[in-house]
Ligand binder design. Structure first.
Ligand code: GUN
Ligand code: ZN
Length: 426
């Protein structure tokens, strides 16, 4: 609870830098560490012996040999797809038409939206994910539902009304004007209220007319501090479709760029099949990419190039329900496997950083995703021996990274011993 002071003890990985550039020591390990939480934030980090001596009267939560990390940050998800996760046998466009659009249609009912938003956020917390950037549906009530559910849980959530005015079924299309009006009203209602952040959300170029992309670009220009999220170059069929819908565009990114939807506060999901010009422009403007590995394998999209992380911010995400898991542990495992298929072994420190600080940086959020003084006390506590299979492998570990890697590769919500949101255990 806000105002309460508590000392958490256990193994810790303090965020001191970026392991992608600085090596594994950027996450500083202490096998007997402590985190002092005050007023919902991390006040101090240090050896457990020192902090217990310094704060003898502060209540303690002793997590033993469990590992205290920043809560996971899922930088791209669709909460309305919770109930259709793991739907069989389709690739992107058929998957949208067969499973996704019929389900998203149901969110015209505010009670259904509230039920799924609550179910979804509880699943996130059970998986140690404390923040998410989620698409909603075209219905403004779907945005209210997820922000209300997030506020009830104290969570920092990014979300926006998904705009579509073509190539979607009756009942699931807005117009250029209503997309602008509804998005603006929701932004005014929610952006910066508590821990809510509104995100301007054109679904992707195929489901927006140039007019709709333009008005959303204009809205973004009115609120340049807001994030804008969309999809980019996920599947080759999709890219061919974009080419036929926008014959004048130089490439997929240009369909956004030409309408004011390319910028440093842009979040571009997937970004697998990029042209050199697109990579250069994304890097030039300081945009962020979001890697969604379980989705990219599940719906057969392709292999993201993690080498791009040397040129721009890259976050990690489930892409629920195109992604096949709510768990950022499973997501890290899939990121590891995809990088292996491209000839790179991501270190456990890099995987953890991507799922916490990397995603937070993609969202331009400096006070989450870090185990560091001043950051919000949104935390996950991992049991590194949560199943017999993991325990027997971790028992052979020679160092902390070998102890953690089996949980990354084999772990799920059973590995989550505790989750804290703003210092409160949930
Ligand atoms: N592209 C446009 N919409 C979607 C979606 O809902 N999921 C995924 N994976 N890709 C998309
Ligand atoms: Zn998506």
């Amino acid at each position: 609870m806000t105002g309460e002071t508590v000392l958490l003890t256990g193994q810790i990985l303090e965020t001191r830098g970026n392991p992608m550039t600085d090596g594994p020591a950027a996450l500083a390990h202490d096998s007997a560490g402590a985190v002092l939480v005050r007023d919902g934030r991390i006040a101090e980090i240090g050896p457990a012996a020192d902090l217990t001596a310094k704060h003898p009267d502060v209540p303690r939560h002793d997590h033993g040999s469990h590992l205290i990390l920043p809560g996971f940050v899922d930088a791209h998800a669709h909460y309305p797809q919770t109930a259709i996760i793991a739907s069989w046998g389709k690739r992107l466009i058929d998957w949208l038409n067969s499973y996704t659009f019929p389900e998203e249609m149901r969110f015209g009912d505010p009670d259904y939206a509230a039920e799924i938003a609550a179910r979804y956020l509880d699943l996130l917390l059970a998986n140690g994910t404390t923040s998410v950037a989620s698409y909603c549906t075209i219905h403004p009530g779907s945005v209210d539902a997820v922000f209300e559910a997030a506020a009830a849980r104290g969570m920092a959530v990014w979300a926006g009304k998904t705009c579509m005015d073509r190539n979607a079924p009756d009942g699931l299309r807005d117009t250029a004007q209503s997309a602008y009006d509804d998005s603006k009203a929701l932004l005014d209602r929610w952006h910066g209220r508590g821990r809510a952040s509104y995100v301007i959300t054109p679904r992707f170029s195929p489901t927006s007319t140039p007019e709709q992309l333009s008005v959303l670009g204009a809205l973004w220009a009115e609120y340049p501090d807001c994030l804008m999220q969309t999809h980019l170059s996920e599947q080759t069929d999709e890219i061919a479709w974009v080419k036929s819908l926008f014959p004048e565009a130089r490439d997929y990114l240009d369909t956004y760029e030409a309408h004011g939807l390319l910028g440093g506060n842009g979040l571009y999901g997937h970004a697998i099949h990029l042209e050199p010009r697109e990579i250069d422009r994304l890097a030039e403007v300081g945009a962020a990419l979001v890697h969604c590995p379980t989705s990219n394998t599940f719906i057969g999209s392709g292999l993201f190039d993690m080498g791009l992380a040397s040129r721009m911010r890259v976050g990690l995400a489930t892409d629920t329900g195109g992604g096949s898991s709510f768990s950022m542990l499973r997501t890290m495992a899939a990121a590891y496997e995809i990088a292996q298929l491209r000839g790179r072994a991501l270190h456990p420190s890099e995987l953890i950083w991507l799922a916490t600080t990397g995603s937070a940086e993609a969202l331009k959020a400096s006070d989450i995703g870090r185990l560091a003084p001043g950051a919000m006390a949104d935390l996950v506590v991992l049991d590194l021996a949560s199943t017999p299979a993991i325990a027997q492998r971790a028992a052979r570990a020679g160092d902390v990274w070998e102890a953690i890697f089996p949980t990354i590769m084999l772990g799920d919500d059973r590995a989550v011993a505790a989750t804290y949101v703003a210092g409160a255990r949930v």
